[in-house]
Ligand binder design. Structure first.
Ligand code: MN
Length: 201
């Protein structure tokens, strides 16, 4: 059985950038439903449970429903950890390794944000913007539809995922995806990303 990860903060902890109600619905309804659906499929098909990352890496061997729901499970499990509270409304600029890598691959943090925002706008309908690191240590930004994860397509580690499904922002931001994405930079957990980068450098 696939199990939810515990939310590393309270539902209201990411306010004012993500409101408590959105967090509650996102975690308890959307996330939990992906997990229930993927478990139901595994039971129904009598499949052997693989570690979730292994399932994602081999997703072509599974049904469309498992792809969508396992993706939803895996992506959100990452997403919760990629965010952190910012109670004093600090700039939350990247520090350490992640700052170095952003400057190397995108010129500046300002430009990095512009590119993420551009990809968020480009994604028509539901999906995610991803920042990934390749086995050679280079990083790249891309966007994918639905609950697809870059690991379904190529070998990489996920540094950052930005959920641009309407359910992630609509209660607070209505159709203003751009403001949601721009505000998300205030609560990115750079420590989490630095931890992944430290395996490469
Ligand atoms: Mn979501």
């Amino acid at each position: 059985m696939y199990k939810p990860i515990k939310l590393p903060y309270s539902y209201s902890a990411l306010e004012p950038y993500i409101d408590s109600e959105t967090m509650n619905v996102h975690y308890n309804k959307h996330y939990m439903t992906y997990i229930k659906n993927v478990n139901d499929e595994f039971e129904k098909e009598n499949l052997e449970y693989l570690p979730i990352e292994q399932l994602i890496n081999n997703i072509e061997d599974f049904s469309e429903s498992i792809r969508n729901n396992a993706g939803g499970y895996y992506n959100h499990s990452l997403f919760w950890c990629m965010l952190r509270p910012n109670t004093n409304n600090s700039d939350n600029d990247p520090t350490g390794l992640v700052k170095t890598v952003i400057n190397r691959d995108f010129g500046s943090y300002k430009n990095f944000k512009i590119i993420i925002e551009k990809y968020a706008k480009k994604r028509f309908g539901s999906g995610w913007v991803w920042w990934v690191i390749l086995p050679n240590g280079k990083t790249r930004i891309l966007e994918l539809p639905y609950q697809d994860n870059p690991k379904m397509y190529f070998d990489c580690d996920i540094l950052l995922g930005v959920d641009v499904w309407e359910h992630a922002y609509y209660l607070k931001y209505k159709s203003d995806r751009a403001s949601y994405v721009s505000n998300l930079f205030k609560i990115i957990n750079w420590e989490y990303i630095n931890n992944i980068l430290s395996k490469y450098y």
